[in-house]
Design a binder for this molecule. Structure first.
Ligand code: MYA
Ligand code: JJ1
Length: 388
């Protein structure tokens, strides 16, 4: 059934629930001298290219490939439209390797036709911190689908990750592969219900009028938490402490240091937004919330071309109730003109989703580890990792 994935060191269906298999790496590392030194073979019309995302021209090519060929919903009404600034941010974290940003070009035209990326991360699985690659942005041009190019891209990124002496990876997909460490549900909170209904993202509920729907999703004009403000550079040490303490409770979570927090959480316009609650009396940072910006193209609508979506990222509450903190996040997202606020049912998100009027979407997101076995699948609430 999975001619490619059956050959890979990932949890296989036949091994599910086999308690004689231990948790941890599936295969031992091999000496670097035994890692294949040459790239995998592509069909003869294509060639490998390393994509330097610092180059304006290359970044444009990647942006356009993804804009036209990346992930769509099951009815092909929307397609993720990651911005160039977002792609540069996502692919240039501390310690990134340009060699892990891999493209395929048509030899004749030099047109970019496929892409896959890895970035380095330290991910804690239970009590062990493991150096991993986070693999993302796998894309094959629509005209080249079902030709088994994806397995070649995956093997090539694996080879280049191995060359850096890294042997594990984390990734997510909307499709089921062998075998998810957990499956998460997408939830959506309407901020601009009229537009969402007009473009077919959501529907008018039974016995609901447009004006009742607009009223239902109204939010307060200003945030409720005293001391709620945008995160600044000086907050990095406090946010790192908050986040590390919070993420310690999850079975799988990133091991963030201050450099990681500066990169992944310090606000970057139209890419990532983060807010802290600074106690008005002690000036302690007691709470934190964040979201990233990922618009989707609206396919074939006369009136609208883009859906502006915020995605819940990392949130930590120690003093402000999580419900109030996230309601404040909804308020600032609405003020910034987002149409919808999306979240997965990871970490403690279930405690606010229904109360804050999120509704379940028609999409799921499956999380995977490469070359690392977990005995049993996790609950989504045991996962402390959000990939972009
Ligand atoms: S998830 C986002 C993926 N991208 C999209 O969905 C964009 C739109 N779709 C496409 O561009 C194509 O349909 C893709 C497949 C490129 C997805 N993850 O070439 P094929 C398997 C893993 O004939 P195509 C993201 O970016 C499929 O089961 N495998 O198919 C994370 C089959 O294998 P098998 C996938 O449709 C990516 C084989 O590919 C996925 O032309 C993490 C068919 O190949 C998928 N999303 O192209 C990648 N979709 O026969 C893994 C299909 O066995 C990283 N397939 O079932 C692993 C870690 C590597 C590093 C390790 C370091 C140590
Ligand atoms: O966005 C998604 N679904 C939307 C739109 C559905 C359009 C028809 N298919 C949705 N809307 C309902 C919202 C409604 C608002 C009021 C309250 C009730 C709910 O459900 C879905 C997620 O639900 N998104 C996708 O399908 C996109 C792909 C998701 C897989 C991503 C794969 C990943 C990339 C790896 O890096």
């Amino acid at each position: 059934k999975h001619k490619f994935w059956e050959t890979q060191p990932v949890g296989q269906y036949k091994d599910l629930g086999n308690s004689s298999l231990s948790e941890g790496p599936i295969e031992a590392p091999t000496p670097l001298s035994e890692v294949k030194q040459e790239p995998y073979n592509l069909p003869s019309q294509y060639e490998w290219t390393t994509c330097d995302m610092g180059s304006e021209e290359t970044c444009n090519e990647v942006y356009n490939l993804l804009k036209n060929n990346y992930v769509e919903d099951d009815e092909n009404m929307f397609r993720f439209n990651y911005s160039k600034e977002f792609l540069r941010w996502a692919l240039h974290p501390p310690g990134y390797y340009t060699s892990w940003h891999i493209g395929v070009r048509a030899k004749a035209s030099k047109k970019l036709v496929a892409f896959i990326t890895g970035v380095p991360a330290r991910i804690r699985v239970r009590n062990e911190v493991v150096k991993m690659a986070e693999v993302n942005f796998l894309c094959v041009h629509k005209k080249l689908r079902s030709k088994r190019l994806a397995p070649v891209l995956i093997k090539e990124v694996t080879r280049r990750v191995h060359l850096e002496n890294i042997w594990q990876a984390a990734y997510t997909a909307g499709v089921v592969l062998p075998t998810p460490i957990t499956t998460c549900q997408y939830w959506h909170r309407s901020l601009n219900p009229k537009k969402l209904i007009d473009v077919g993202f959501s529907r008018l509920g039974a016995r609901m009028t447009m004006s009742r729907t607009i009223k239902l999703y109204k939010l307060s004009d200003s945030t409720a938490s005293p001391g709620f403000r945008k995160m600044e550079l000086r907050d990095v040490p406090a946010v790192t402490r908050l986040l590390r303490d919070y993420l310690a409770q999850f079975a799988v979570a990133p091991d963030f240091d201050e450099n990681d927090v500066e990169h992944w959480l310090l606000p970057t316009e139209n890419v990532v937004d983060s807010y802290v609650v600074e106690s008005p009396d002690s000036h302690d940072i007691t709470d934190f919330c964040s979201f990233y910006t990922l618009p989707s193209s609206i396919l074939g609508n006369q009136n609208y071309s883009t859906l502006k979506a915020a995605y819940s990222y990392y949130n930590v509450s120690t003093k402000t109730p999580l419900l109030q903190l996230m309601n404040d996040a909804l308020i600032v997202a609405k003020q910034k003109d987002y149409d919808v606020f999306n979240a997965l049912d990871v970490m403690h998100n279930e405690t606010f989703l229904k109360e804050l009027k999120f509704g379940p979407g028609d999409g799921q997101l499956h999380y995977y580890l490469y070359n690392y076995r977990l005995r049993d699948a996790l609950k989504a609430s045991e996962l402390g990792l959000v990939l972009l």
